[in-house]
Write a protein of this length. Structure first.
Length: 180
């Protein structure tokens, strides 16, 4: 576990944090560290080894939400059932770690995006510009959900929709809290 999770430099094997999917971290202590790249903030994590096609959500896809599976080890998952806090129903909605930027392989390491402008994210299909985005209620979709303007969100806000949903994605300014 890192002593401080903010670093100015970090080895990014592909040169782009959005594409990293490696079987081993480059150096001990890299897992959990956060880096800023232009207007984006990423955290280096391990994908749960159980994030496979046999789960309800299936394998990780780009733009899905990542939930904390084990905060102490910086392990994330796309499966809401493995993102519950102490087994509490629907607690995955307040346990969002970030957004997957690529189709990571179960058990591998990579970066999740936590902050940035104009980020494509999966959305339930109803968000319009200006809506607050929260974690969706679906236990199998790993997606966000728009909350109507002037309506209080019922779980932690993840960001603001900037371009209305088209298909199953929207563009958003994200601000998801990482963990040290």
């Amino acid at each position: 576990m890192p002593n401080a999770n903010r670093v100015q430099t970090q080895y990014v094997i592909s040169g782009n944090p959005d594409t990293v999917n490696v079987s081993d971290p480059y150096f001990a202590g890299q897992v959990g560290q956060s880096i800023d790249v232009n207007d984006r903030e990423y955290q280096f994590v391990q994908l749960d080894s159980g994030a496979t096609a046999s789960t309800a959500t299936g394998v990780v896809a780009a733009n899905q939400l990542a939930y904390w599976h084990d905060r102490s080890q910086y392990i994330v998952t796309n499966d809401a059932a493995n993102g519950l806090r102490s087994g509490t129903a629907n607690s995955f909605r307040n346990n969002v770690a970030g957004v997957f930027r690529n189709a990571m392989t179960a058990g591998n390491y990579g970066f999740i995006l936590q902050r940035g402008r104009a980020i494509t994210v999966n959305e339930a299909g109803s968000a319009t510009a200006g809506m607050i985005l929260i974690c969706g209620t679906s236990t199998t979709a790993a997606q966000t959900l728009g909350v109507a303007i002037n309506t209080a969100p019922n779980c932690l806000p993840l960001g603001i929709c900037t371009v209305a949903t088209s298909g199953s994605t929207c563009t958003a300014d994200l601000d998801i809290s990482g963990i040290p």
